[in-house]
Design a protein around this ligand. Structure first.
Ligand SMILES: Cc1cc2nc3c(=O)[nH]c(=O)nc-3n(C[C@H](O)[C@H](O)[C@H](O)COP(=O)(O)OP(=O)(O)OC[C@H]3O[C@@H](n4cnc5c(N)ncnc54)[C@H](O)[C@@H]3O)c2cc1C
Length: 235
């Protein structure tokens, strides 16, 4: 006969839950300095593509350690994606880089930021200039249907030190251009409005140089066969 021990408050172990906990669904390491991850999205979380939230982990003293992170996924996605640096002695990322599927992170559900469509004036061409993990808000915006509705051309430049550091952006652009859901939402031909311009500053690649230099000397405009910014001066 099986004996059942009644569960009492003294024998039951309480599973610790983080405040504003979300579950890690997937982690991808791109280089020894870069990784991306997806977490569950709180049902109540509404945000505009391009905004950021505070995310983090609990410290040993039980207090949350939070940092600002751009949401790399678009507003319509069921999950949230983040693209992160690994700072070896960084208080958060020295630990965050070790998360695995099933782990929990803290996500404060208060999105903010001004890198959103509402803040933009209408125009023919939309430029997104990114370096390193600064591509994250644009990763959201290039998956946002309004981007393709409001502009004739969207140019995403991404500059990193090494070729491998461009891979997240390269795969993302490739995926967006071939995404069936996005094609349904905005029209397959409109996805071809997206132009990707990767450059490196240290390792050899087809286009080398800081983006500011490539703007000043006109290389960027020549390569893309577009007019320059006219009155805007870069010093
Ligand atoms: C609005 C906003 C949005 C942000 N979005 C992102 C994001 O999407 N992805 C992301 O990785 N970081 C992002 N950051 C930076 C992020 O908040 C943290 O600084 C980063 O995660 C490192 O945290 P840490 O505690 O390990 O080190 P910290 O003590 O925060 O930083 C230590 C040092 O590392 C360097 N550093 C920090 N972040 C970066 C970075 N992203 N790239 C290169 N060097 C860096 C700086 O020199 C900094 O002084 C954002 C910051 C702001 C203000």
């Amino acid at each position: 006969m099986t004996e059942y021990t009644p569960v009492t408050t003294t024998t039951a172990t309480k599973v610790p839950t983080l405040p504003d906990a979300q579950t890690v669904l997937d982690v991808k390491h791109w280089t020894d300095r870069l990784f991306s991850f997806r977490v569950s999205r709180p049902q109540s979380l509404r945000f505009r593509s391009g905004e950021f939230v505070m995310i983090g982990l609990l410290k040993d003293d039980g207090k949350p350690l939070l940092r600002a992170y751009s949401i790399a996924s678009p507003a319509w996605d069921d999950e949230l994606e983040f693209y992160s640096i690994k700072v070896q002695d960084g208080p958060l990322t020295s630990r965050l880089q070790h998360i695995k599927s099933g782990d929990q992170i803290i996500l404060r559900p208060k999105p903010v930021g001004t890198l959103v469509h509402d803040a933009l004036l209408p125009g023919k061409r939309l430029w997104f200039f990114a370096t390193g993990t600064g591509i994250a808000p644009f990763a959201s915006l290039i998956r946002e249907p309004q981007t393709y509705e409001d502009y004739d051309q969207i140019i995403l430049t991404h500059t990193c030190r090494e070729v491998a550091e461009l891979e997240y952006g390269r795969q993302l652009v490739d995926q967006v251009k071939n995404d069936e859901l996005m094609a349904e939402l905005v029209g397959a031909e409109n996805l071809q409005k997206l132009v990707y311009y990767p450059t490196t500053t240290r390792e050899d690649s087809p286009t080398m140089g800081r983006i500011t230099t490539l703007i000043k000397d006109g290389t960027l405009f020549g390569d893309l066969d577009v007019t320059d910014f006219g009155r805007i001066k870069f010093i």
